[in-house]
Ligand binder design. Structure first.
Ligand SMILES: [Zn+2]
Length: 304
């Protein structure tokens, strides 16, 4: 889900109200409508594409007090996310052609090219944050957007709290013991899927401490040599996955915190040529898939 080369967040323009207003008056400016937790897309025989009308074609989407976020420049044109959650049915609006459908982000991310998926998830993530931050957590008063939608300020003069978009950091770890790798599965996952262990960072923890705690909590396995490898945005709704490898000091597994229904060791050979029926691991661009490809399957020439 890397950013497209033709997408620039142009964050230096977020406070330039004259510029943002001019962008909203420009017919060429792009809009990315988001309806609650769904993005809008068009299915064609050649595949799906995001519905991103220009202001010239869909200025009526800007009527009322729809929440707006300046996303940046896409293919050289200004681009805003616009919240259309107030529409009872997000697909029915004069500016939205009948072939447009509302689909959740997971559906989009599995089908759109990485650059388009990135912008769609960014739009969805920012507007989701606005919907969850309409009231101040400190005093309960309403909040108002600022800086092109990248800040909210509490409306109570006695408070004035500033709310910035937050992420929930989570670690993901590929644990190795000799030629085996520790994978787990949650009951709600698709049948047969196993993945790296993961968990949220707690206050006052380093990322490395989170890795050690989570692996011990979930499987009873003690790990050391925790090494950062890569990270990945995980917009469900607002996580950042931070990927590590670690070495196990023991192999014995005791399932602990009920997050996993199973955890097991798999040799490289078992991962490359699974013998369990239906067994599979995440593929593609997912962080878990990247770590497995690089360290367990040897599919990356930069593997250690
Ligand atoms: Zn407040």
């Amino acid at each position: 889900m890397r950013a497209a080369p033709d997408f620039d967040r142009a964050c230096q323009l977020r406070e330039d109200l004259d510029f943002l207003e001019a962008q909203l008056q420009s017919d060429a400016t792009r809009l990315i409508p988001v309806h609650r937790s769904g993005n809008l897309l068009i299915s064609r025989e050649s595949g799906v594409e995001p519905f991103m009308p220009t202001v010239g074609a869909a200025s009526s989407l800007l009527e009322g007090d729809a929440e707006l976020v300046w996303l940046g420049r896409l293919e050289g044109h200004g681009c805003f996310a616009v919240d259309i959650s107030h529409l009872p049915d997000g697909e029915r609006h004069p500016a939205i052609p009948p072939e447009v459908e509302v689909r959740d982000l997971r559906y989009l991310l599995a089908r759109l090219p990485a650059g388009q998926a990135h912008v769609a998830a960014y739009a969805s993530g920012m507007l989701g944050w606005h919907r969850r931050q309409r009231f101040c957590g400190a005093c309960g008063a309403s909040t108002r957007p600022r800086r092109g939608g990248h800040l909210r300020i509490c409306s109570a003069s006695s408070c004035g709290a500033e709310l910035f978009p937050r992420l929930d950091p989570a670690v993901l770890v590929l644990v190795q013991h000799e030629d085996s790798f520790l994978l787990g599965r949650q009951a709600r996952w698709p049948k047969g899927m196993y993945s790296c262990l993961a968990g949220f960072v707690e206050p006052m923890e380093t990322l490395e401490e989170t890795v050690v705690r989570e692996v011990a909590e979930e499987t009873g396995v003690q790990v050391t040599d925790v090494r950062y490898q890569a990270s990945q945005p995980w917009p469900f709704p607002s996580s950042l996955m931070i990927g590590f490898t670690a070495r196990a000091l023991s192999r014995e597994i005791h399932l602990g915190d009920e997050e996993l229904e199973e955890a097991a060791w798999f040799t490289r050979e078992e991962l490359k040529h699974p013998t369990r029926p239906d067994f599979y691991t995440p593929k593609g661009e997912s962080l878990s898939g990247q770590l497995l490809a690089r360290f367990a399957l040897g599919e990356d020439p930069s593997a250690e």
